[in-house]
Design a protein around this ligand. Structure first.
Ligand code: SF4
Ligand code: SF4
Length: 403
């Protein structure tokens, strides 16, 4: 959410809460701790007391706020319409945070730094040196290294990829900062898939990180700066803006309430759509045949997709177009898999506990593949060593079209 740091507005948002408690059963941290201070209602009360000057930002208060996953399950279950995500982002901008020089969020928002790190990680994995890092680093960084997927070398992209054959549609693609850090094979696969299906793809070269990590870490200025740059990079009207990672998509959708940007933020957000949702609509008007696949696939729905983008229905529907594929949904999710940005490194014990039901369900369902639209979720679930292969839906669709 574009960060509103104005204390009066934040207190007014907290005042919308009627303390009914209907959000509590939907809150993963409350379900783990059974402690009111770890619930949405408890956090609103603590936050308001701090913003009103009635209590100090003690370590305990900051911890209860930091433990929030920002999954926004509470927001989608709140009858009073409390904008919990916006409240937490604004609240965090007033709380003290220790930010080390090499803070991961700072690396991710800087194009030069993330491309440089991509090279180091790629070389490190190839040479085996990263395995030494797993032994000598502190526990947070060890976890980060352990959950890294196979890093691919970043490849420069063109600004324009024409449709193969006649042009049936045109889109702009938001590539996301992770694709420059971990490699952009998925982006290239998406481009190939779209162009093969008659869709021209524009890649605005001045696009930036969506700003989500900065916003959730309380750095309102940095987040708002990135948001304005993206609105300007995707300025062309009426062309859908596709996202591959639902975390980025959710973050871009939130631009609609960005202050001081007039109508441009609203119109930007109205064009943002998940690539699967776009493909489903597009495939209804053209003829395509996928190769059959006799496997069992389980669909994981990230919180950003379920509670913010709300385009999750498209994914199973799309996958069911693949003949013989058995598609089921994941059961037993406590709402969030525990990835939640940097939560999986910073709150390791809770993150692992939240992942447990997912690993158990994958084993029970004897799934061959799990698909998810968010890179953080994919990394965190992969680190739990499930038997199932983990893919983005686009990778599977492309494979079944021989791309
Ligand atoms: S559901 Fe909404 S109004 Fe009720 S306690 Fe939770 S935040 Fe407050
Ligand atoms: S955002 Fe998620 S973890 Fe945070 S209070 Fe709401 S439901 Fe709980």
């Amino acid at each position: 959410m574009p960060v509103t740091t104005d204390k009066t507005s934040l207190i007014a948002e907290a005042d919308k809460c009627v303390l009914c408690g209907m959000c509590a059963p939907h809150c993963p941290t409350y379900s783990l701790a059974q402690n009111e201070n770890e619930s949405p209602r408890g956090r609103l009360v603590l936050g308001k007391a701090f913003l009103s000057g009635h209590v100090e930002a003690t370590d305990t208060l900051v911890e209860h706020i930091d433990h929030c996953l920002l999954c926004r399950s509470c927001e989608s279950s709140c009858p009073s319409g409390v904008k919990f995500g916006a409240f937490m982002d604004g609240l965090r901008s007033h709380l003290p945070h220790q930010e080390p020089e090499d803070d991961f969020a700072n690396i991710l928002i800087d194009q030069q730094q993330r491309r440089a790190l991509n090279k180091k990680l790629w070389l490190g994995q190839k040479s085996g040196l990263l395995s030494i890092g797993k032994v000598v680093l502190d526990s947070n960084r060890k976890r980060l290294l352990k959950s890294l997927p196979k890093v691919q070398r970043f490849q420069e992209l063109d600004n324009h990829y024409p449709a193969q054959g006649s042009e049936l549609a045109k889109v702009m693609l938001f590539t996301g900062c992770n694709s420059e850090l971990l490699g952009n094979t998925l982006v290239l696969t998406a481009i190939e898939l779209l162009t093969r299906l008659g869709v021209s793809v524009e890649i605005p070269p001045t696009q930036e990180c969506c700003g989500g990590l900065s916003r959730h870490h309380g750095d309102a200025d940095k987040a708002n700066d990135l948001e304005l740059k993206n609105i300007s990079a995707f300025a062309e009207d009426n062309i859908p803006i596709l996202t591959l990672a639902s975390g980025c998509g959710a973050s871009l959708l939130d631009y609609r309430s960005l202050k001081n940007s007039g109508n441009s933020a609203e119109s930007f957000a109205s064009r943002v759509t998940d690539i699967n949702h776009f493909l489903l609509e597009h495939l209804q008007s053209i003829e395509t045949t996928f190769k059959p696949l006799n496997k069992k696939i389980v669909v994981h729905t990230p919180c950003s997709m379920k509670n913010v983008m709300r385009q999750d229905k498209a994914i199973p529907t799309l996958l069911k177009m693949i003949p013989e594929l058995k598609v089921t949904l994941l059961n037993g999710q406590r709402g969030c898999c525990g990835a939640a940005g940097t939560y999986m490194y910073e709150q390791a014990e809770s993150a692992d506990a939240l992942r447990e039901p997912i690993l158990a369900d994958l084993a029970t369902q004897q799934a061959d593949i799990l698909v998810t639209t968010n890179i953080g979720c994919s990394m965190h679930i992969q680190a739990g060593k499930p038997k199932a292969e983990i893919l983005h839906p686009i990778e599977l669709l492309a494979k079944q079209l021989d791309i």
